[in-house]
Design a protein around this ligand. Structure first.
Ligand code: NAD
Ligand code: MG
Length: 381
């Protein structure tokens, strides 16, 4: 069980919920980081009294240092300081809750310090899954998923002694706010439409990814890396209610699932307490009052991002880093209202076609693929 944690991305949706869980479990918080929100980070520092607070934005970090002058918390600024928070000697666990590929370097640094990684930052595994998992094995660092689907699978494989017994993983997908709509209807959707997720309240980037189904595509890749399985053994099923969080089908036909109300504090808590479980104040799922559970096939024609991600997963090498970099850039442009909703899959597909895939990539190759994909998207717009 975790005792002392460092949170990368503390001011976001996962970061804030992690702090709630830390408070309930009585964990010590030793480092907190965020991008630029000095006001919110100041509140969190005053509440949890960490040794270190980091803002990647230098000007915001200066502001934070002034705000925290009366406390004993050390303040650092700049992207490199993120790694400083990741390797904090007091922390046994690092919660990676930043959004995007920026999480990669600090995650690798924390793994080399043999920290437990409570991993929410899926982009890191999508871009460099092989490298991250190999490094974790080399340093015997535990990677415990926070993403609800992967936590569900993690819980369903706890009794499994031979991974060869797994026939396939079944990831559930809410379908997002545009489920059931035609391609024409979906094409006209705005930022405000996309940010209205039916079941979860999350950061803007992942909420848009849920609407395009890219989130599920990224999660397919995340599952392949975490459980070292080929694409053929990871399937996706639409489940509108977000109550069955994912399933594992075994060789003998048995299917195990984890159910619960949609609340990220449960997978966050399990990532902290694993391999044990701790008493929780959360209301459990009431089977007698929950809606009927339904399942359907995803529509890869209307939502091509899922198919694009599966194709990148099949291709391997830097294909997933290119897919992810192009998607991060395209979603950023969509959130800035510079492109339309259906431009996201188009730009990702075009960037994939424009950037050459490198086999057996090094960290440098992965970072270069990410940069090239972002540049390709900007050139195309
Ligand atoms: P968010 O936007 O709410 O928060 C992101 C956090 O990262 C903030 O603290 C922000 O300050 C920080 N950050 C953003 N850009 C940064 C940068 N360039 N450098 C340093 N820090 C930066 O996002 P979120 O919804 O909490 O998601 C975080 C991660 O968890 C994502 O990878 C997401 O896919 C994953 N995830 C989120 C949920 C959820 O319910 N929110 C569920 C599953 C997985
Ligand atoms: Mg998820």
């Amino acid at each position: 069980m975790s005792k002392t944690i460092s949170i990368l991305g503390a001011t976001g949706s996962i970061g804030r919920q992690t702090l709630d869980v830390a408070e309930q479990l009585g964990l010590t918080v030793t480092a907190l980081t965020a991008n630029s929100n000095a006001e919110r980070l100041e509140d969190q520092v005053r509440r949890f009294r960490p040794r270190l607070a980091v803002l990647t934005d230098e000007a915001a970090a200066k502001d934070l240092a002034v705000r925290l002058a009366d406390t004993g918390t050390k303040v650092l600024g700049g992207p490199e300081a993120l790694t400083e928070a990741a390797v904090c000697p007091e922390a046994d666990t690092v919660v990676t809750a930043v959004v995007g590929m920026v999480g990669l370097k600090p995650t690798l640094a924390a793994i080399r310090e043999r920290k437990r990684i409570a991993l929410a930052n899926k982009e890191t595994l999508v871009c460099a899954g092989q490298l991250v998992m190999d490094t974790a094995e080399q340093y015997s660092a535990e990677i415990v998923p926070v993403d609800s689907e992967h936590s569900a699978i993690f819980q369903c494989v706890q009794g499994c002694r031979d991974r060869g017994e797994i026939r396939r993983l079944i990831l559930t997908c809410s379908g997002g706010p545009f489920y059931g709509q035609t391609a024409e209807e979906v094409a006209g959707r705005t930022k405000a439409d996309a940010l209205r997720h039916p079941n979860w309240t999350m950061g803007p980037k992942i909420t848009v990814d849920c609407a395009t189904l890219m989130n599920k595509g990224l999660e397919v890749i995340e599952a392949m890396r975490l459980y070292r399985l080929p694409l053929e053994q990871v399937s996706v099923v639409i489940h509108r209610q977000s109550i069955v969080h994912s399933l594992v089908e075994y060789r003998d036909g048995a299917i195990l699932a984890q159910l619960g109300t949609p609340d990220m504090r449960l997978p966050i808590r399990y990532a902290m307490t694993w391999p044990d479980r701790a008493e929780s104040p959360l209301e459990p799922l009431d089977l007698l009052s929950c809606p009927p559970l339904t399942f359907a096939r995803p529509d890869r024609e209307t939502f091509p991002c899922l198919r694009l991600a599966e194709e990148a997963a099949q291709e391997g090498g830097t294909a997933c880093a290119i897919l992810n970099g192009a998607n991060e850039e395209a979603v950023g442009l969509f959130l800035a209202e510079k492109i339309g909703f259906s431009d996201i899959p188009r730009l990702v597909a075009e960037a994939r076609a424009a950037v050459t895939v490198v086999r057996d990539p090094s960290l440098e190759d992965i970072l270069a693929a990410d940069r090239a994909a972002r540049r390709a998207v900007l050139d195309l717009v």
